[in-house]
Design a protein around this ligand. Structure first.
Ligand SMILES: Cc1ncc(COP(=O)(O)O)c(C=O)c1O
Length: 400
C-alpha cells in the first residue's frame, strides 16, 4: 500500500502537495467538490457564520441558516417534498431515510406486515449497518454479512418495461441511486425502466427513496437525477455536493405524507434520531453559499460545457483501438471499463492508473478497472483537455 501524500493547499481544480507538485482533481475529491477547492465566496460565508453562531443543539432550538437552507432546497427539489431532516454524511442520510420508512409503517400500525425493503443489485448506499444492508453484498460488506438485514435485491432495469413478481403489500420502501450506480462502477441504467418501477411501487404505496448523495447538484446534467423521471420520490437523500464539498452535512427530505405519520400526540411515534452536529450552522451557511454559486447561469452553462467535452472524448475513445469498453456519459460524468483483468473493485489496474496519472499531474482514482471522471464545475477546457490527453497516454502505455 502506497504511503498517503500530504496535501497542504488546494484551489480551484488543483491539489498541491508538500513537495510543491500539483494535481488536477478530476474526481472532485470523491465526488464532493462542486465549484473548486477553497472557493473564496464559500470560505467567506463560512468565516462569517463561524464568527456569528458556530454550533447550537438542534433540539428545542433552531437557526436561520438551517431554516433558509430547508426553504431553498425544497424549492429546487423535484416532486412534492416538503420537509427536511438534517444529518451529517451520505450514509446517515440513507440510514435516516430507511428508518423513516420503516417507522412510517410502524406508526400506522402496519409494521409487522410491511417490513420488506427493495433495493438494486450492485448498489451502494453507505457504510453504516442499515446503509450496508441495502447495498450490494460486496467486498465492502463481506465481514458483516451475517449482521445485515434481509433485502429483496433486483437488477437495475435495462429496458423501459418489465414485469415484476413481488410481494408488493409487504414492502415498506424501495431505495435506489437514480440513473447511475456510483461506487458500483458508475453503471448507468435505463431511466424508463426505473420510472416504471417507481410508478409500480407508488401504486402499491411503497415509499420510494432516491439516494442522490452522488447524483445531486448537477452531476447528471440536471440539478437532480430524479428530474429526468416522471415519478418523483417520496424521500430524497443529499450530501456530498450539498456544501460544495467544504463541510460534512446531509439532508433527508420527505413528502408531507411521510412527515404526517410522525406528527401525533403519541410520543412513541416520534422519530428518535439525531446527531450532535445536526444542522451545524457553519455547514448550513456553506450549503447556502454553494447553492448561490450552483444556481448562477454560468455554473449551469459550465455543466453543459463539461458534458459536450466528455461527449467528444467519448467519440474519440470509441473510434480508437484502445482496449476500452462501454464508454458512457451522463452530465458531467464519463466512465468506461479498461479491458484488463476482471471487472471488479479489487482489480489493481486502478493503482497503476492513479500512479501514472499523478506522474503527469492529474488525480484519477478508478473503481477497479472502471475509469471515470467527475470534475469540479470550475474545470477549464484546457485542464479537461489535459486530463483526456493523460488518459490517452496511459491507454497507449497499457497497450504497449
Ligand atoms: C449513492 C451514495 N449514497 C451514500 C453514500 C455514502 O456517503 P458518505 O460517504 O458521505 O457516507 C455514497 C458515497 O459514495 C454514495 O455514492
Amino acid at each position: 500500500m502506497a504511503e498517503p501524500i500530504p496535501i497542504v493547499k488546494a484551489s480551484g481544480t488543483l491539489l498541491r502537495d508538500a513537495d510543491g507538485h500539483s494535481y488536477i482533481d478530476a474526481i472532485s475529491s470523491w465526488w464532493v467538490t462542486l465549484h473548486g477547492h477553497a472557493h473564496p465566496y464559500i470560505a467567506q460565508k463560512i468565516f462569517e457564520q463561524a464568527s456569528t453562531l458556530e454550533q447550537v443543539i438542534f433540539a428545542g432550538f433552531t437557526h436561520e441558516p438551517a431554516i433558509r437552507l430547508a426553504e431553498r432546497i425544497l424549492e429546487i427539489l423535484p416532486g412534492q417534498l416538503s420537509r427536511v431532516f438534517y444529518s451529517d454524511n451520505g450514509s446517515t442520510s440513507t440510514e435516516v431515510a430507511l428508518k423513516m420508512s420503516v417507522q412510517y409503517w410502524w406508526n400506522k400500525g402496519e409494521g409487522e406486515k410491511r417490513n420488506k425493503i427493495l433495493a438494486f443489485n450492485n448498489s451502494y448506499h453507505g457504510d453504516t449497518f442499515g446503509a450496508m444492508s441495502v447495498s450490494d453484498r460486496s467486498v465492502f460488506t463481506m465481514a458483516f454479512h451475517d449482521k445485515l438485514f434481509e433485502v429483496i435485491f433486483l437488477d437495475a432495469p435495462e429496458s423501459g418495461s418489465k414485469t415484476y413478481d413481488l410481494p408488493w403489500d409487504e414492502i415498506a420502501c424501495f431505495i435506489y441511486e437514480p440513473l447511475v450506480q456510483g461506487a458500483g462502477g458508475m453503471k448507468m441504467y435505463n431511466a424508463g425502466g426505473l420510472d416504471q418501477l417507481i410508478g409500480l411501487c407508488q401504486q402499491h404505496e411503497v415509499i420510494c427513496i432516491a439516494d442522490e448523495v452522488m447524483t445531486g447538484f448537477g452531476r447528471t446534467g440536471k440539478l437532480f437525477a430524479s428530474a429526468y423521471l416522471q415519478h418523483t420520490p417520496d424521500i430524497i437523500c443529499l450530501s456530498k455536493g450539498l456544501t460544495g464539498g467544504t463541510m460534512p452535512l446531509s439532508i433527508t427530505a420527505c413528502s408531507a405524507k411521510v412527515y404526517e405519520a410522525f406528527v401525533q400526540d403519541d410520543l412513541l411515534k416520534t422519530f428518535f434520531h439525531g446527531h450532535s452536529y445536526t444542522a451545524n450552522p457553519i455547514a448550513c451557511a456553506a450549503a447556502l453559499a454553494s447553492l448561490d454559486l450552483l444556481l448562477k447561469p454560468e455554473c449551469l452553462h459550465q455543466i453543459g460545457n463539461i458534458n459536450r467535452q466528455h461527449r467528444s472524448f467519448m467519440d474519440k475513445l470509441q473510434q480508437s483501438s484502445h482496449p476500452v469498453r462501454n464508454v458512457r456519459v451522463l452530465g458531467t460524468i464519463i466512465a468506461f471499463e479498461i479491458d484488463r483483468g476482471k471487472d471488479e473493485y479489487l482489480n489493481n489496474i486502478s493503482t497503476t492508473i492513479t500512479k501514472k496519472a499523478m506522474a503527469q499531474s492529474v488525480y484519477l482514482r478508478p473503481l477497479g478497472n472502471t475509469l471515470y471522471l467527475m470534475p469540479p464545475y470550475c474545470i477549464t477546457e484546457e485542464e479537461l483537455g489535459k486530463v483526456y490527453s493523460v488518459i490517452m497516454d496511459i491507454l497507449i502505455e497499457l497497450a504497449g
